[in-house]
Design a protein around this ligand. Sequence first.
Ligand code: ATP
Ligand code: MG
Length: 494
Amino acid sequence: MNSPSTQFPHSVIPRPEHSISRASISPNALKVLYRLKEAGYQAFLVGGAVRDLLLGLRPKDFDVATDALPEDVRRLFRNCRLIGRRFRLAHVHFGSEIIEVATFRAAAAPEREDLPDDAADGAPEEAAEGAPEGDDESGDYIEPVRVEPVRTEPVHGADSEHRAFDVTGRILRDNMYGSIEEDVWRRDFAANGLYYNIADLSIWDFVDGVSDVKARRLKLIGDPETRYREDPVRMLRAVRFAAKLGFTIDADTEAPIRKLGYLLDGVPPARLFDEVLKLFLSGYGARSFELLQKYGLFEHLFPLSAAAFELPPYAYAREMLERGLKNTDARVVADKPVTPTFLFAILLWSAVLRELNERAAGPAPDLALLMQACDAVLKAQQSRISIPRRFAVPMRELLMLQPRFTRRSGVKALNLLQHPRFRAAYDFLLLRAEVGVADTELAEWWTRIQVLPQEERVALVQARPQEPPLPSDGAAPPPGRRRRRRRRGGASRG
Ligand code: ATP
Ligand code: MG
């Protein structure tokens, strides 16, 4: 086996020659780094934090790499929890901040032990718990590693007792700790493969990562196709970093993406859910969407939506999605909350409309059919990306409220204002109005009524002429409750 360090001699960039100052590093990360060092271990800040600090950005999180074993790390920190099964990572907790400490790894490992047992059904809920950002720190996330940077042929079977690949070249298991020279090959892009050494504040650069950061370039370490086959999510990560940092994807790294997009079909749906949230809810969703389409990846994440966008009657839903993503990005910048519920509503709307039309409808939208269409789309989508119930159910409610906006008379309109999903549904109505499929006057009416005191609201809805109920009104389950198995009598179309 070739030693990576003989192929890529590493350069050490001393403190005076780089711009990273300790003042911009999280004090908790510094505590971890120094305590490891004082106990005689190597301790480095790694990955995105080093990249972002070089760019003058505030890192999202601070990850540490060390030659201390996970058990050693736990002995040093009382506030430490070991996570993962075969590959253990240490999480050092400081209130809400977690510093992830990983032992250098020698060889390839599964991305996140690919959710072996408890993740099948309920765990997607857990995996995404907490943040729309969908942090990787969900307990069983394992970063990939590899030893040989230059293998070009996908290998399957097991090429040692520690390492195994599937037929597409994806790493299935490995479990060896190693040195920093080996650890670097687990990294995806050279720009993410930098190590900041707390011992002398230098940067260790094995892969020419500093030049990539300076050139704002994303280049996979090793052979791109092999690296994508090992872990197809790296294609999404390329898009994400290109969108987020404005980096250019290097030609060789870019070239195989179109051809290999189908590999995403084999990635566990819970992991894709996390990645989709990172792509769309971190402030650069509109750009991410453009790039996903450019590289033919969107259709592998949302096949039904992508297919509907190509059909003239639903093409406007793409514009809604683009506008919705821009609004979402603006909210993130303004530090306002964003939710997967609204995100999945705009992502899946084209597919829902198509399903609805295929179920045939009269002139007025039939609520029972709309519900069936939502459920059919959600069911198909879940096999690709697991959307936890706590987002899927409100998403359906949000879409089910759309036809109800056309009913402005009497108590139904007043009740709609009180619905827990009103605000999100109203935002969705505005998007529909912006692209010309909902009446602007209708949207304005709902804008106006919200700011009125109760008596004036009552007067406004009483002034409206009586309207017939929507077909199948009453068939929808009340908000927050499970869907009933048996449909109420008389709930079908009419
Ligand atoms: P972010 O700003 O989103 O946190 P990041 O680069 O820190 O970006 P993380 O997902 O936090 O990304 O991962 C930390 C580091 O772990 C990366 O910089 C990279 O070196 C490595 N890494 C993470 N996921 C992968 C992967 N799928 N393949 C290879 N290396 C990975
Ligand atoms: Mg990070």
